[in-house]
Design a binder for this molecule. Structure first.
Ligand SMILES: Nc1nc2c([nH]c(=O)n2[C@H]2C[C@H](O)[C@@H](COP(=O)(O)OP(=O)(O)OP(=O)(O)O)O2)c(=O)[nH]1
Length: 174
């Protein structure tokens, strides 16, 4: 079964990301080799939330494992068996930040992590725009303007998504 989402490796260049998005647009994802498509369809999914508020994106700094400590990522985590992506994202935002979110459409491409999992990011918004997310499991939180997106050391997979995140900034102004 072909993957339903454009997917790129964690070291993808912007042109590779663009090619994947164009292939998806043209309905060419079914042309993936069957073994690859099967592997992607079975892969575990890590969901991430692109939460914009007043023109700033919420990012969080990992505290562990040592390899990733100090690097920045989007709120989210692994989708549990039987859980939808949206339910996983709502659960993770509640656990990690203590806030409720509304989950919107997928953003950009899926990024194949070295572990074999896929990172899939969704547009999301705080149910209560005045709620203040708190770092319950992370070292720190920051709201980043588009100009500040390069100021933090993102995880490699998130770097692949930075252009799409930057392009999604307008969604946060609404
Ligand atoms: N949450 C999140 N994880 C990301 C992002 N980018 C990225 O490479 N990852 C990786 C880091 C981890 O290897 C994996 C998700 O781990 P996690 O620790 O957040 O997942 P989890 O809360 O379900 O915890 P666990 O039980 O799987 O350890 O995905 C991102 O933007 N957000």
């Amino acid at each position: 079964m072909p993957t339903a989402r454009p997917t790129v490796p964690v070291d993808a260049t912007p042109s590779v990301v663009l090619a994947a998005l164009c292939a998806a647009e043209q309905g060419k994802l079914a042309e993936l080799p069957k073994a690859t498509a099967d592997r992607l369809a079975r892969a575990d999914v890590v969901v991430g939330a692109a939460i914009w508020r007043a023109g700033e994106l919420l990012a969080q700094q990992r505290a562990f494992p040592a390899r990733d400590a100090g690097r920045w990522e989007l709120p989210g985590g692994r989708v549990e068996p039987g859980e939808t992506d949206g339910a996983a994202l709502r659960r993770e935002c509640h656990e990690e930040l203590g806030v409720d979110v509304i989950v919107g459409a997928e953003l950009g491409v899926d990024v194949l992590l070295p572990s074999g999992s896929l990172l899939r990011v969704y547009h999301a918004a705080l149910v209560d725009p005045h709620a203040e997310p708190r770092a319950r499991e992370h070292r720190a939180l920051r709201w980043l303007s588009p100009a500040q997106l390069d100021d933090v050391s993102w995880l490699d997979a998130d770097l692949v998504l930075l252009p799409a995140l930057r392009a999604s900034a307008d969604a946060g102004k609404a």
